[in-house]
Design a binder for this molecule. Sequence first.
Ligand code: FEO
Ligand code: CA
Ligand code: CA
Ligand code: CA
Length: 667
Amino acid sequence: MTTDACHPTLELLPYAPAGRRSPMTCHYRCATSCAKPVANPTATPTFRDVVRSAVSRRGVLAGLVGLGVAGVATAQAPQAVAAGRGGRNPLAAAFDPGHQIDFSPIAPVPGDADSFDVPAGFAWSTVISWGDPIVAGAPEFDVDAQTPEAQAGQFGYNNDYTDVLPLAGDPNRALLVCNNEYTNEELMFRGWAEQDGPTDDQLRIAMAAQGMSVVELRRAGADAPWAYVRGSEYNRRITATTPMELTGRAAGSRLVRTGGDPKGRTVLGTFGNCAGGTTPWGTVLSGEENFNGYFRAPEEPVDDAAARYGMGGEGRGWDVVDGRFDVAQEPQEPNRFGYVVELDPYDPSSTPRKHTALGRLKHEGATISLAADGRAVAYMGDDERFDYVYKFVSRRSYREGDRKHNMRLLEDGDLYVAVFTGDGTEDGRYDGTGRWVPLLTGGASRVPGFSVEQVLVQTRLAADAVGATPMDRPEDVQRNPVNGRVYVACTNNTRRGTPDEVAVDEANPRPENKDGHVVEITEDRDDAAATRFRWNLVLVCGDPAEETTYFGDVDRSLVSPISCPDNVAFDAVGNLWISTDGNTLGANDGLYEVAVDGPQRGLVRQFLSVPAGAETCGPVIAADGTVFVAVQHPGELEGASVDTPKSTFPYDGTGQPRPSVVQVHRV
Ligand code: FEO
Ligand code: CA
Ligand code: CA
Ligand code: CA
């Protein structure tokens, strides 16, 4: 049976996305949400007027250059002021951590190059690719012989969050855990554009290609490359149909009950899994991001919550084979997605859990720190234009060595959202103070008019009600284990400061922000459970030749251009590593090392570059100096298909672009 439920081509996409991200990526990943109205309606004229009168675009820019006069058309970078006053950035600590990985940065690679580039003295090789058989009995990858059953035993599509976990105390064994965010049917199925619509099998293959993958890795010795183990007892696929337990105070509530699950405690599957985190107790967290695009729902949202979560559209056609993806049949089913999933990769029979305590949003990911008193703190971004940064603090504390106890920490706790306040730009820096505003503490809602369940299921609405600060698409949020500060990648927001949208503010200072920026948060007393913090922008990304950018006090001629920061990671000495998604500067995306302490604070150096159409995901900077990246959607460019690929990465002889995890090491 075929259906026209999901249009097989891109002809319906007159929309040209901001920056260089392909319309194809927008279509398949996020249902082209950028072309739709901003989902956050708290950007009311009244609210905007207040913001505008407080810090108008012109005011910010004029303040930056210390002129205070009208007519300043171009922002000048704040460091120019600081340098002019003879000051070194006072946030730069005295110690210089140096570099864990000694490399000479590569030059940006032009944006049409189908190549994977690493610095001189380094080599790369593929660890695993989409379709590689991992579960015992799964067949070899064959683009022309795909079945749902085969895909459910093969490595998933579009690897995003990636980590490599220790295994059995053996330095030559490890577990690779990956999110598989979304599928691109045009690049998966030969003849897709000529079809009337997807076949049932193709729909089920897509459902089996998303979710997560767990696979054992082995190497012959410390200097040998990692290879995956086919049929290991640890190998596992999590798909759009894997049973999961809903935990927390919203589990079982009327908001999450469906005809298929009248108790509201068992959800089938996960998808849209973007970034994630690995907990101190050895589980992996996975953020469900663009879940709204998977459901057939009325174009005109039925209520405020549906509008706020971007519901409305045809979905991906999955409703043809599974009625729960049609909200006319199961109106509550979308309320069971948009959570942080916790997976125990060491137990292949474990049931993944979706934690309602961490709220429901377009979770980019979640990363855990321990507070001074041992409570587990999760930092989280909601990746949408003008959405928010969140923090969860567990009720109970971490117990060293008590894994059973620790694995329940994310089931109950307090939930906060961030408010950023600037201290004015006269000081030449984008910085200020902030508060973590409670949405739910001590098991009680702190949002007037919202029940506990509403706070956890309609979290965006609750955060709107307390006046959270709209950010420029906050993606990965992680705490640096060396310096204790928290880094928020705001990837971009070209609507910022445009007519009828939210004005610039000190934490999001650039109008039509196409290149993004990185916020650095210092918690009060360096305690992750604090409710107050200081913040500053450590990077305002872009071409260093552009005056609106900011890279600390370093020599700009040494700075690699960087655009659209997405995932962040840290190396053993505390340098920040940033992978990018959507470079607007005419180059392919890449992975960059950023010094955040010492005299080189703000120095960005490009380490690698991914092929045309791809984004860089997952980065892992392993203790032994191996760098792992997930190369997501290589060759995802307009006009690409199985027969006319725009990339053949990882150049494995199949002639097809295959999302892959790659290892980079010194030669
Ligand atoms: Fe899946 Fe926010 O990127
Ligand atoms: Ca300031
Ligand atoms: Ca991302
Ligand atoms: Ca992104």
